[in-house]
Design a protein around this ligand. Structure first.
Ligand code: BG6
Length: 490
């Protein structure tokens, strides 16, 4: 751990993210003894708080959002590290003032982690002001890093422009673009599962895998976020970042080391290999009632659900479809990856009339029931030839004690320690926009496929089922006990 003090400066510190995620994550790291005791956290925002009122708000945040770990005595030790600087993001004069304030607080050499928790329209400005105020340059042993929240850009052009603005002030090695899915234990475990074991890798390719499915379904609707969401939609909100990152973890080649650049190089190759998506391989939906939510346009065409079929043009994956779907107001909250293996080349067992064969399925369950399941066929006892699907299960909750840490705990720690493996590099961001942008533009220009309505609490519009059915596939769920579900159709 660094012996030089570190200041964490949060821009937009009076917002939801700070109270809900950032401070609980820092508090939990502090409680686990993982934050150097000399670390200062400085909140920058416009509201007329002082240190005391700021601490009181943040205490409520930790009590509410991390109640199981809240402990008043530890909080008191942690809270003295929290400070508030009242400033206006749009006022250039407030940045040199902040610099003076920080220097006084630090009282000597200090590292800095700047965290952009503001609305995205402020990113370029804050970055520019940090540059102007001379707050981004690194001295010999002192580092300056910046963490940037999503959304990173609104489309390819704005993402490229933002990268240019960032690079005018910070070196790429100073930049940590957050995708909180990469901080989830189960997402990180995908690489361990694939590359710390030998038995899966030989079958992890087109010869043995029939298709891959990524489902990120949420039961919540747009809630109070309509202002942002109605101009974003599900493709920008979930696909450009979280779903494509999950896909890259499943599809990438083995990196030569676990270093940030080795991992990100392999991910970049996956993004580059994704074939441009035909609009006929896309489905977009909007849940019924979305347009009634406050802040949503009456005639909104914003999709709250999408499903895509992707092809990865490389030796490993040629001919293996990757199906991705995500939506709000769906039947269940689940984030999972299904690897569906090929059927046996010749099945010598007779299946009862009307029953279809279930291929082997590996389910990587990201949340909420974190674990891994391998489904295979077993002979039904006391029958001649009947079989049924059974699961080999691994559940984090039953094997490891304690709840899994929040994604932000790991991500903040990695940024403080200077490991960018779990953060997105500029080329990765641009490559993912290159994939998503033509779909967004195509939908807008052609209205094809038309926006389909789906009932809240469902699995999205029927067209999403048809997308797979036409290839002889089915959406599958493996992360809860679905074995009693109707038999597969293929
Ligand atoms: C965010 C999206 O990035 O991820 C939200 O902006 C979404 O719309 C959230 O609800 C989902 O995250 P999680 O961790 O609950 O799956």
């Amino acid at each position: 751990m660094d012996s030089i003090p570190t200041s964490i400066v949060i821009f937009g510190a009076s917002g939801d993210l700070t109270a809900r995620k950032l401070i609980p994550a820092l508090y939990n790291n502090f409680k686990k003894g993982r934050l150097a005791t000399c670390t200062n956290v400085v909140g920058f925002a416009r509201r007329p708080y002082n240190d005391e009122t700021f601490r009181t708000c943040l205490r409520e945040g930790v009590e509410t959002f991390s109640p199981e770990s809240f402990d008043p005595a530890t909080w008191e030790q942690f809270a003295v590290r929290l400070h508030y600087f009242q400033g206006d993001l749009d006022n250039g004069e407030d940045f040199p003032k902040l610099e003076t304030y920080l220097k006084t607080l630090e009282g000597g050499p200090s590292n800095r982690l700047y965290y952009l928790a503001t609305a995205p329209e402020h990113y370029a400005n804050v970055i520019g002001e940090l540059g102007e105020a001379g707050m981004a340059g690194q001295a010999a042993d002192l580092w300056r890093r910046i963490v940037i929240e999503k959304p990173f850009g609104h489309d390819l052009a704005s993402a490229v422009e933002l990268n240019q603005r960032v690079h005018a002030v910070f070196e790429e090695s100073q930049v940590y673009r957050i995708d909180h899915y990469l901080g989830k234990e189960t997402a990180q475990n995908i690489l361990f599962f694939r590359f710390a074991n030998t038995i899966f890798e030989p079958v992890w390719n087109r010869r043995y895998i029939n298709n891959v499915q990524v489902t990120v379904a949420e039961t919540v609707d747009v809630g109070h976020r309509a202002g942002y969401y109605d101009s974003a939609g599900v493709l920008r909100d979930m696909f450009q970042n979280h779903l494509l990152q999950l896909l890259a973890l499943v599809a990438m080649e083995a990196p030569s080391s676990f270093s940030a650049d080795a991992v990100r190089n392999e991910k970049a190759k996956v993004f580059e290999s994704i074939r441009p998506v035909a609009l006929s391989d896309t489905v977009r939906g909007q849940y019924a009632g979305y347009r009634e939510a406050a802040g949503v346009a009456q005639d909104s065409q914003t999709p709250t659900f999408a499903a895509l079929k992707l092809n990865i043009d490389n030796w490993r994956w040629q001919g293996v479809p990757f199906y991705l779907r995500s939506g709000k107001a769906m039947a269940r909250k689940t984030s999972e990856i299904i690897i569906e293996f090929q059927r046996p080349p010749h099945l010598m067992f007779r299946l009862p009339e009307g029953q279809d064969f279930t291929p082997n399925i590996l389910s990587l369950c990201i949340q909420p029931d974190e674990g891994i399941h391998l489904r295979f066929e077993a002979k039904l006892p006391d029958s001649a030839q009947e079989m049924r699907s059974v699961d080999m299960d691994f559940h984090y909750a039953s094997l490891f004690s304690g709840s899994l840490p929040e994604a932000y705990e790991r991500l903040l720690l990695e940024a403080l320690e200077g490991d960018a493996s779990l953060f997105t590099r500029s080329d990765g961001i641009e490559a993912s926009w290159k994939m998503v942008d033509p779909i967004l533009k195509g939908w807008q220009a052609t209205n094809d496929p038309p926006l389909a309505s789906y009932p809240p609490g469902s699995w999205g519009p029927d067209q999403a089922e048809e997308l797979l059915n036409r290839d002889g596939c089915l959406w599958r769920l493996g992360c809860t006990d679905e074995l009693d579900a109707p038999p597969a159709k293929r």
